[in-house]
Design a protein around this ligand. Structure first.
Ligand code: NAG
Ligand code: NAG
Ligand code: NAG
Ligand code: NAG
Length: 416
């Protein structure tokens, strides 16, 4: 039986113990099956910018800015169905495990789409000024004095930016109402990567949902992303320990001071058809000095591996195909599905193996009997020694993040 819990903003104590709260809501693009392949191709074309962007999420001192001028399509890949304000206004906000911020387009926003949050229609809305401690934590804030609204500018996705005012209002997540959730009310956007109805950051920084809800969810959450092709809000973000699987295989969650917001895991190897791909171990290794390693991300479309690792993986995959190999868009290993039996790819993490189902390995053309290996090399710039386990590879799995015990659980779960 679902209970409604009223949650006070951090750091205030809770009225009631946290319970399961689900925003039973992880959708996928809303276009029909015929355009899906093109949609993914388009989304994949923006991955390199995101990868570059992730690699810039370094702590202040060691930030290496990288510019990219690549034109990309907008949108995040999975959104949460949530409500903002009182009474709640329905919003489909992108779930981003690599972001600390939260923001939503507000009425009057320049450059935003139609679905905006209307603060004047919410009885619980409050604007925040420069004196609020939260304002100091906001990246890109520009308070020069202690008076006036807390305004900030932020870049996102490598090529876009928002201009926003810091506000607070209720955020409804499933049956939980988080009072005084602090987020940016977007006044203007530029670029094409801004999620049209905003973003909920599930990263590890001070503005993220978990920092704002304090001990509420006890540092534990998990999600299941339904198939890319699914039309339904059938996936789930589960918050707090009670909502989680009783037993699940786990691998250590690592924290990298170089990119403190990201969820690092220890990828120790990759197999194709049960045979370990010969990849230099140092290219997979976690390195807190350089920021190298492997992250799990809910905002990148297809997994990326540093070039030599990708090439070794791809060559092993190709060696199991006997027909003609072609390329299509970003994908360099495509084959005729009528004549081939593609090999199984397994990701080896310390303490657990993730055997990828065909759906999580391949992307199928809607126009011809063609499938492609849905992985790619990481962009070749010096700063992106980062392997990313992305959405397509995570479909129909429960991915559990336990920040208290520093572990990540992964298990097959159908949530289409
Ligand atoms: C507030 O709600 C009313 C009634 O639903 C609506 O007509 C109006 O457009 C809303 N205001 C804004 C700024 O969205
Ligand atoms: C945000 O950027 C705009 C346009 O560059 C600028 O006019 C504005 O002053 C900036 N605001 C803040 C808070 O930095
Ligand atoms: C590839 O091998 C499979 C069996 O391993 C066979 O059925 C298929 O005909 C072969 N395809 C080509 C193009 O040779
Ligand atoms: C990753 O796992 C390997 C194999 O278990 C282990 O030797 C290595 O120390 C681990 N790396 C980290 C950073 O925990």
């Amino acid at each position: 039986m679902p209970l409604t819990h009223v949650l006070l903003p951090n750091p205030t104590a809770l009225i009631s113990p946290s319970s399961t709260s689900t925003a039973d809501a992880l959708p996928s693009p809303t276009q029909g099956p015929t355009s899906w392949f093109n949609t993914v191709l388009n989304m994949v074309s923006k991955d390199p910018i995101r990868l570059t962007y992730l690699s810039t999420l370094v702590s202040q001192k060691t930030s290496v800015p990288i510019a990219s001028a690549q034109q990309i399509l907008q949108t995040g890949n999975y959104v949460l169905r949530v409500k903002l304000g009182t009474p709640g206004q329905l919003m489909y906000m992108v779930m981003d495990t690599s972001s600390d911020s939260a923001w939503a387009p507000c009425s009057g926003c320049t450059g935003c789409s139609d679905s905006v949050f209307s603060p004047v229609n919410s009885t619980s809305y409050q604007s925040l000024d420069c004196t609020t401690p939260r304002c100091i934590q906001v990246r890109g804030q520009s308070c020069s004095s202690t008076v006036g609204p807390c305004l900030f500018n932020q870049t996102y996705g490598g090529d876009s930016s928002i201009s926003a005012s810091l506000i607070q209002d209720s955020l409804t997540l499933g049956h939980d109402v988080v009072l005084g959730y602090v987020f940016g009310c977007i006044n203007a956007i530029s670029g094409k990567s801004i999620p049209p109805q905003g973003l909920v950051g599930l990263g590890r920084g001070p503005m993220s949902l978990f920092s704002q809800t304090g001990p509420l969810y006890k540092g534990i959450f998990s999600y299941c992303l339904p198939s890319f092709k699914s039309y339904y809000f059938s996936g789930s973000l589960r918050l707090g320990p009670l909502a989680q699987p009783k037993s699940i295989r786990t691998t250590p969650l690592l924290q990298n001071p170089h990119r403190p917001s990201l969820y690092y895991v220890n990828l120790t190897g990759i197999s194709v058809a049960k045979k370990l791909v010969p990849a230099p171990p140092e290219l997979l290794a976690f390195n807190p000095t350089t920021g190298a390693g492997t992250v799990i991300d809910s905002g990148t479309v297809i997994s990326r591996f540093v070039q030599p690792v990708y090439e070794a993986l791809r060559d092993a995959f190709r060696s199991k195909l006997n027909g003609t190999i072609s390329s299509l868009g970003a994908f360099d290993t495509c084959f005729d599905t009528r004549y081939e039996e593609p090999p199984v790819v397994t990701l080896h993490f310390e303490g657990l193996d993730m055997v990828l189902p065909a759906e999580n390995t391949l992307i199928h053309s809607s126009a011809q009997p063609l499938a492609c290996l849905a992985m790619a090399p990481a962009p070749s710039n010096v700063n992106s020694v980062l392997n990313v386990i992305a959405n397509l590879q995570q479909q129909n799995h429960r991915i559990l993040f336990d920040l208290v015990n520093s572990r990540v659980g992964i298990a097959r779960e159908l949530c289409n």
